[in-house]
Design a protein around this ligand. Structure first.
Ligand code: IMP
Ligand code: MG
Length: 174
């Protein structure tokens, strides 16, 4: 383990993922989903949650970034757009964390004009105290304090993404 006590242990994370998946499966009963993971950060949450969602689905990914070390820049870059056409599909965005909200606002403004049948957002972590722009969230794993966290897909300079738990980042971590 790289730090003291995890903010959320791997077991807590997995339980919360199952709870979210159960709600999503219930809400989309009788429908089909197009589930979109936001890379890189959401890769682990995405691959865990889709295993527990009962709704038939297609999947796709959007590769976007905004962060520089531990600060949100507000300047969003799209490194790779979707491969699928989302028109008339029930789109569910899967994201690791929302902080200022700039990334998910940008993605919403980019995708909603493509006319999906519906558009919902699921984030695992919500740093609600640091929000700068309003974004409607449909599913939230945990609200967390305004601290920089790593693990479970989340990085500091592209490291620590592979940890199965979530920890508050400290500068002296290796
Ligand atoms: P926002 O645009 O400020 O809402 O930031 C969202 C993006 O910043 C997420 O997709 C994450 O990749 C990244 N991010 C925000 N907070 C953290 C954090 O505490 N640790 C690691 N990445 C973060
Ligand atoms: Mg991210």
């Amino acid at each position: 383990m790289i730090t003291g006590k995890p903010l959320f242990t791997a077991e807590q994370v997995q339980q919360r993922v199952k709870d979210l998946a159960a709600r999503i499966s219930k809400d989309y009963a009788g429908k089909e989903l197009l589930t979109i993971g936001i890379l890189k950060g959401a890769f682990m949450f995405f691959s865990d949650i889709v295993k527990h969602i009962q709704t038939p689905m297609e999947i796709d990914f959007l590769n976007a970034s905004s962060y520089n070390k531990t600060e949100s820049t507000g300047k969003i870059r799209i490194h790779a757009d979707l491969r699928e056409n989302i028109k008339d599909k029930h789109v569910l965005i899967i994201e690791d964390i929302i902080d200022t909200g700039y990334t998910l606002k940008y993605i919403t403004d980019m995708l909603v004009p493509r006319n999906p049948a519906s558009f919902k957002i699921c984030v695992f972590l919500d740093k609600i105290a640091h929000r700068r722009v309003d974004v409607k969230l449909d599913y939230v794993g945990y609200e967390i304090p305004d601290k920089f966290v790593v693990g479970y897909g989340l990085d500091y300079e592209n490291k620590f993404r592979n940890l199965p738990y979530i920890a508050i980042f400290k500068k002296d971590l290796k």
